[in-house]
Design a protein around this ligand. Structure first.
Ligand code: CA2
Length: 148
């Protein structure tokens, strides 16, 4: 069975480290992706990291994920709070999806308190900054180990 994990980041996350450091910190998306690849290697899995500002592209990547991946880590950014299309794609998955947010969305504006993705997620990690992606990788790797 494949031990590859797809890590998806949604709209505006390409701006990390460049704007609003008081909310999102100074770590760039390239830094996070490098941390994820290093953690994946440590856990004996592979990480394929992608970012898109396009809802449709994210939907397509989620739809195609079971062909090549054992799990999906998704930070859908603001689409988390708006996108029924991403929810439907997540619900159609037959592999686990873990939802990640850098910030604690429940400490922020009320419109961020609801996430459509959560309805399709195996689990949700928020508020731990970039460490949340590593926590999600650890959870998926442990699930793969348990399934062996
Ligand atoms: O906390 C998270 O990870 C979020 O998914 C980030 C989204 C936000 O809309 C969600 O409510 C929570 C926003 C990502 C945008 O990131 C930026 C980074 C720097 C400058 C501007 C935006």
């Amino acid at each position: 069975m494949t031990r590859s994990i797809l890590i998806l980041n949604g709209p505006n996350l390409n701006l990390l480290g460049q704007r609003e450091p008081e909310i999102y910190g100074r770590t760039t998306l390239a830094d996070i992706e490098a941390m994820c690849r290093a953690e994946a290697a440590r856990l004996g899995v592979e990480a394929d990291c992608r970012q898109s500002n396009s809802e449709g592209e994210l939907v397509t990547w989620i739809q195609e994920a079971p062909q090549r991946f054992a799990g999906v880590i998704l930070n859908a950014g603001a689409y988390s709070h708006t996108s029924i299309a991403l929810l439907d794609a997540g619900r159609a998955l037959n592999i686990p999806l873990i939802e990640v947010h850098l910030s604690n969305i429940y400490q922020r504006e009320s419109f961020r308190h609801h996430s459509y993705i959560s309805l399709a997620a195996k689990g949700i990690i928020c508020g731990f900054g970039s460490r949340g992606y590593l926590m999600a990788l650890g959870a998926l790797a442990a699930m793969l180990d348990d399934a062996q």
